[in-house]
Design a binder for this molecule. Sequence first.
Ligand SMILES: [Cu+2]
Length: 215
Amino acid sequence: MFHILRSGFVTLSLLLWAWAAAAASITVTVTDDAGRPVPDAVVTVTAPAGTPAPPLGSSRLATATINQLDEVFVPSVVVIRTGGTVTFRNSDAIRHHVYSFKQTRRFEMVQQPGETSQPMVFDKPGAVAIGCNIHDHMTAYVLVTDAPWAQVTDATGTALIDDLPPGQVVASVWHPRLRPASDPPAHALTLETAASALAVTIPILPPRRPRAREY
Ligand SMILES: [Cu+2]
């Protein structure tokens, strides 16, 4: 009995070691046409069919939370895998009215101060724009992706994605303000077990300015 337990432990250790040794990572830096870093871009990574990928349940992309704080959705861009959930929280002392008109995930709900929603399932891939019926300036995006790996770029326009399989992958970049008719850039690359880096330039529109009041 002891022998069986022991050999089982050795096998598990070897498997863990093999997985750790085999994992690759990629750092993607996204800039705009003028060379400025682009935060809130979503980098997705896909691998050829048959490549092992984490199941949705144990994926980091299974859930996301969007908070409402000082009349701003925080964060304003999240990425989840198809079938994953988003929870909405209202940390303000005022009411919000969260909605989506997008066909693939239409909903609306009033959120009272301090309220947290049930996790909402997004079961179709695509970009879902979120707004607030009371505050027009509030916007957020849920990118629902079939890709097993993804990450949103930080304030420096950088996304680090790890636990990737070595070999051929395709990295794509999406942003809410991608210029219309411009395809999200996709880059095929071969990952080694060492860390890889990729620099991507995307054409984006300038941020929306609040409309001037008309008298
Ligand atoms: Cu609001």
